[in-house]
Write a protein of this length. Structure first.
Length: 539
């Protein structure tokens, strides 16, 4: 008879002389401890994060703390509503359908009034990002294409096969721009966020098919918030990797160390939204190949600039399907592709990945149902307008416009570096120039620029602002006007010393200092609420 293995001997010694109830209790406790440890390991949030949240949740139950928070939140909600009331002063507010419909001229007049309600001259190039060209001829072609196809729905492929053809052509043209081969594939989506959600779904489901029940994505701290949204929607956990504070690009070695059995996707930005810097996609591709994990390249913001930069004479690192580790790419056609809002593409190296993006229901009484993206019914007009834009602009004009945009961005970057008190974060790779200050509150400078009519994007951790250069900024005199106003604002800030911002921009500085991030979340929710607020006559 063979001798018992050593582990079994140890177990027997542990229970030797114990009463049955003790054996049961010890066994149950051990099982519970293992389950608890397993839940900690597989949880979507780290132990530290959950402990911090629980602490602040407890703190908010203390009566005096709760009252103070409620008072402040009530004031903040009121301020948001006052801002809306001020913006809509003198404008007709409609709460019910008109008894008799307005005529076409009246409707168009009100539409024009609504478009012009904002306080920023976006057509004149005073806005960072948001509107990526102001060409009337491009807009005319896109809008006419939309008007012809506004009521089409590519979900019904047999009814609207031409819309499906246009979508397939948009996808194939994008694949060619990003150097994909015949095996590459993709879909059109309604924007970058949907493209990112679809990629995360595809690789989550791929992980499921491999037996990974709790997939995790690994992302840079600068990655777009759409990945957090995808994680919340899809039940993914997120491992966030810090960036190098000099280059503002992800630490590739830390990405490598973070990869584990749960990893279903690693992500790199080309470029990232906050700083406009491009992660080392070549190195990330090597990591993806070495560890056999998919790499998604988020090129939503600058992909349709970066694709044309080499032909425009502006070098850019390789970031696309030429790298073997790149499994998918997201890129927005409604940004530097100049199509109307909202279209984007999500592209995959092979059909297997795209299949995991799809949703298919086979047991529904309404029949077998299959959908490629989040939407069921899809806006054929947006697909047609995107296709029409790409057809009308063509490669040579894309290259020309890219040259004009990037040249303007490089000029602005060079001149900002010369302004005393300011510094540029990292090395901008495409069109975003992010800058901050170690001498004064950068939000004070942003506030002064806002008063001059400039709408910039605020950044946190660390504090900064950025200008996303679009073709609207290539109009004569726009870049020089911005730089002149920036120099004047910087000089005022330098003279004022450390005086902080006290206007709308002040909230960005204050928000960073609130340790309970759930309060910041609540404030953000109240701001979103205000977007749906309609003032009454008594307001």
């Amino acid at each position: 008879m063979s001798e018992r293995p050593q582990p079994l001997k140890a177990v027997n010694r542990l229970f030797e002389g114990k009463e049955p109830w003790q054996i049961v209790t010890m066994t149950a406790s051990s099982v519970l401890a293992i389950v608890w440890a397993h839940s900690l390991y597989n949880a979507q949030e780290s132990v530290t994060t959950r402990m911090r949240k629980e602490f602040f949740r407890w703190l908010r139950h203390i009566p005096i703390v709760r009252r103070k928070i409620e008072e402040k939140m009530s004031q903040i909600k009121g301020d948001f509503k006052k801002d809306v009331t001020k913006r809509l002063a003198g404008v007709t507010v409609r709460r019910v359908l008109p008894d008799a419909g307005l005529n076409a001229e009246q409707v168009m007049e009100e539409v024009k009034d609504h478009v012009n309600l904002g306080s920023y001259d976006w057509k004149g190039g005073s806005v960072s990002g948001a509107v990526y060209h102001v060409s009337e001829e491009i807009s005319k072609v896109a809008c006419e294409a939309y008007s012809l196809t506004a009521y089409t729905n590519p979900l019904h492929a047999d009814v609207f096969p031409g819309i499906n053809k246009m979508e397939a052509e948009v996808v194939r043209m994008a694949i060619n721009l990003f150097h994909g081969d015949d095996d590459c594939c993709g879909t059109v989506t309604t924007g970058g966020t949907e493209s990112i959600i679809m990629a995360c779904k595809a690789f989550r489901d791929l992980a499921y098919s491999k037996g990974i029940s709790n997939p995790q994505i690994i992302v840079p701290s600068t990655v777009h918030s759409a990945f957090d949204k995808a994680a919340q929607y899809l039940g993914l956990s997120v491992k966030t990797i810090p960036v190098n504070q000099d280059t503002m690009t992800v630490d590739v070695e830390k990405v490598k160390k973070a990869i584990g059995r749960r990893t279903c996707l690693i992500v790199g930005s080309a470029p990232n939204y906050p700083y406009g810097t491009m992660d080392d996609i070549i190195a990330l591709s090597d990591v993806a190949v070495e560890y056999d994990v998919p790499l998604h390249v988020d090129a939503c913001l600058g992909g349709f600039v970066a694709a044309f930069m080499p032909d425009a004479g502006h070098p850019v690192p390789v970031f696309d399907f030429r790298l073997p580790g790149v499994a998918s790419i997201s890129a927005d056609t409604h940004k530097y592709g100049f199509a109307p809002k909202g279209t984007s593409v999500v592209l995959y190296r092979k059909e297997e990945y795209r299949h995991h993006q799809y949703t298919v229901t086979t047991e529904w009484p309404g029949g077998v149902y299959g959908s490629p993206t989040v939407n069921g019914s899809r806006a054929g007009g947006l697909i047609a307008a995107c296709w029409a834009t790409m057809m009308f602009v063509g490669k040579s004009r894309y290259v020309q416009m890219t040259d004009e945009i990037v040249t303007t961005a490089r000029y602005i970057e060079t001149e900002i570096r010369k302004i005393p008190g300011l510094f540029v974060f990292g090395k901008p790779s495409t069109t975003v120039i992010a800058f901050g200050s170690k001498q004064y509150d950068i939000f004070k400078l942003a506030e002064l620029l806002h008063k001059q009519g400039w709408s910039l994007n605020a950044l946190q951790f660390p504090s900064g602002v950025h200008m996303c250069v679009t073709h609207a900024h290539t109009q004569a005199g726009v870049a020089d006007r911005f730089l002149r106003d920036a120099r004047d604002a910087a000089a005022l800030c330098a003279r004022a010393g450390g005086k902080p911002a006290d206007g709308k921009m002040a909230i960005y500085g204050v928000a960073q200092e609130i340790p309970d991030r759930s309060l910041v979340s609540d404030i953000t929710k109240y701001f979103i609420d205000s977007m749906y607020y309609l003032p009454t006559e008594g307001d």
